[in-house]
Design a protein. Structure first.
Length: 633
């Protein structure tokens, strides 16, 4: 005769008792096929209206009456990680058969210790016991998570402060909680302390030596505090540290306006300055705020106080100001230039060669972005003179190569890109940039081979379309007998192109865009759409910022029934450089020649394009010997 085991009976009992305490309008469904999830609960109002709120349940039942067993569970670290990773919140429910009591904790609210241990303890304090108020608490918690996910966080933020639940409660002095409440008591404009957790969005939990802060367990942060050494005179400083922790949550949530405002109004920069890595990580947000002038002035004062220890900050600041100049605004460019010049003057007075070198480098980047090439070159060379470490710095040569490329010195650009690669640059796109410089230097075969090398080594890299397109164009035309090397004469070629002498123009300069465009139009008129497509794409790649040439080449590709992969590359590169203007030009052309196909083609383009990515910025944090690590935004 088959007997049911006690564990099976206990499991069924826990499911039954859990269902009993749920409101009658809530729907609880068993989930037998989901490892670790016992049931799913969907919340309905008393009138039966759906709320859209759903949570999953992991039930853990016990026959024990020993509190060390009933109020403490161990889970594998991976299992908790699995629960936390789900989009649907998971609640862990502890059922005690002897008393029929239920306790519950949210998986996302667990403080996972940063240790190598494979198991994680989960505590259930008396405040975790299921009561008549628990359904309302659950509904409020889930709704709060939805608000945070949607960014619906406004000031003042309702806040609940209490002991952390992940420790034995009595091991945490309540005086620690009072210290934090004292710190935050006069911040009614930003933080509104509530007595009930169901009324809160921001939760601050205190342990023996840490403060845990979370926005409904969606965005989380923590900091260490030696509470037993905190006395009255330390409260103002501790308050600032807690507010910086709060600002980090706001930055993570994307509410930088709240964080920036709080940092400036509460004078938190003095605390932020104590962690240069954190300061560098939030520099973009600080510099884009309405407090730009104040931030710049405070940074200058900070650098004056610690010139030797802030070279990495100076470099990061300069790079961000240069790279984000368009977002910062033209009205602030003069202030940026003045800031750099003041830094250089200050370090020259101190005689600090490394700081002088970095200041020259910063000015070089600044002038490069402004298009003041001569000044940029002067400061690059002075940076190298004062900072001998630049002789072996791959980024110096790649940055200088970019400057050379921008002014048409393509052979120099190719040489410096090659130098950067040989010095150990780990950026794979450096090979593609080297190939690009070789192409414009007239080394077409070598450029094709270099593009090929890059694409073979990085087949799955994002944003490869431009390199794919250039490789295909070079390979196709080299196969048709065009020169592998050429001493380009662009001015002479441009002067005769478009006058029936396009072949002669290409003999002078294989990259004569006007000649390729003219040939493409002639081939199209002759009905040779395949040939016209190859020629017009080359013209589009060379014109690059002209949406009309991209549009003409694309429509010609449709007529030529070109390979889908090439059309995909074309669409994405065209959109990267000209965005919506490319699509508008395609629509205008089709309206004249194929009006019946406009909707289908525009939808095809929309499905093919990718979002234009904001340029990533790499900030180098230096040590005294010139070595560095990179922080990427």
């Amino acid at each position: 005769m088959i007997q049911r085991t006690r564990s099976h009976i206990l499991e069924q009992e826990s499911r039954f008792e859990f269902r009993k305490v749920l409101p009658a309008t809530w729907v609880c469904r068993d989930k037998h096929d989901d490892y670790g999830i016992d049931c799913e609960v969907e919340i309905f109002t008393e009138s039966g209206q759906a709320t859209g709120l759903v949570f999953w349940v992991q039930l853990k039942a016990t026959d024990s009456i020993d509190p060390s067993v009933t109020k403490k569970l161990y889970f594998e670290r991976d299992k908790i990680g699995q629960f936390v990773s789900y989009d649907i919140p998971v609640v862990i429910v502890r059922y005690i058969s002897d008393s029929k009591a239920l306790y519950f904790r949210w998986a996302k609210g667990l403080a996972i210790p940063r240790t190598e241990s494979k198991s994680i303890p989960v505590f259930f304090s008396d405040s975790c016991q299921w009561s008549d108020e628990s359904p309302a608490d659950i509904s409020c918690y889930l709704q709060a998570q939805n608000w945070v996910k949607q960014g619906k966080v406004s000031l003042p933020i309702p806040t609940f402060i209490d002991r952390a639940l992940d420790f034995e409660p009595m091991a945490i002095p309540y005086s620690n909680v009072n210290i934090v409440k004292t710190c935050l008591r006069n911040l009614g404009r930003h933080i509104n302390i509530r007595r009930e957790p169901r009324e809160a969005l921001l939760f601050i939990r205190i342990s023996g030596n840490k403060i845990f802060m979370s926005l409904a367990d969606i965005q989380c942060a923590e900091m260490k505090v030696t509470f037993d050494k905190v006395v009255g005179e330390h409260i103002p400083e501790l308050k600032k540290h807690i507010l910086v922790l709060f600002c980090s949550l706001m930055f993570d949530l994307g509410r930088k306006e709240i964080a920036n405002d709080l940092i400036m109004k509460e004078n938190l920069l003095s605390v932020v300055f104590k962690s240069k890595k954190y300061l560098i990580s939030i520099l973009p947000e600080l510099l884009e705020s309405q407090h730009f002038g104040e931030v710049l002035q405070s940074l200058e004062e900070y650098i004056r106080k610690d010139p030797g220890g802030s070279t990495d900050l100076q470099f990061a600041l300069a790079l961000l100001l240069t790279e984000r100049r368009n977002e910062i605004g033209q009205d602030k460019i003069a202030a940026i230039g003045k800031f750099y010049e003041n830094e250089l003057t200050f370090h020259v007075g101190r005689g600090d060669n490394m700081a002088i070198a970095l200041s020259h480098y910063n000015l070089a980047q600044h002038f490069k972005a402004q298009g003041e090439t001569e000044s940029a070159i002067i400061h690059y060379l002075k940076a190298r003179k004062h900072g001998k470490f630049y002789n072996s710095a791959h980024y110096f040569f790649s940055d200088f190569a970019g400057l050379m490329f921008s002014i048409g010195k393509f052979r120099f650009a190719a040489t410096f890109y090659s130098k950067a690669i040989n010095l150990g640059s780990q950026d794979p796109v450096m090979v593609a940039l080297h190939a690009d410089a070789l192409m414009y230097a007239g080394c077409y075969q070598e450029a094709r081979d270099c593009f090929d090398k890059y694409l073979l080594a990085n087949p799955d890299a994002v944003d490869n379309e431009e390199w794919q397109l250039k490789y295909t164009l070079l390979a196709t035309h080299l196969e048709h007998g065009y020169p592998s090397v050429q001493s380009r004469k662009p001015a002479e070629a441009e002067s005769i192109a478009g006058q029936g002498a396009d072949d002669n123009a290409l003999a002078l300069d294989f990259l004569c865009r006007l000649a390729w465009y003219g040939r493409g139009i002639e081939s199209s008129k002759a009905g040779n759409f395949e040939k016209a497509f190859a020629e017009l794409v080359f013209a589009a790649v060379l014109y690059r910022d002209d949406p009309y040439v991209w549009a003409v080449s694309f429509v010609t590709g449709l007529d030529a029934k070109a390979d889908n992969s090439i059309l995909t590359f074309l669409i994405r590169v065209a959109y990267e450089y000209t965005e919506q203007d490319f699509i508008l030009e395609v629509g205008k052309i089709l309206e004249k020649v194929q009006p019946e196909s406009i909707d289908a083609v525009l939808e095809l383009i929309d499905l093919t394009i990718k979002d234009v990515k904001r340029k990533q910025i790499k900030v180098r944090v230096f040590s005294e010997d010139g070595a560095f690590e990179e922080i990427q935004f």
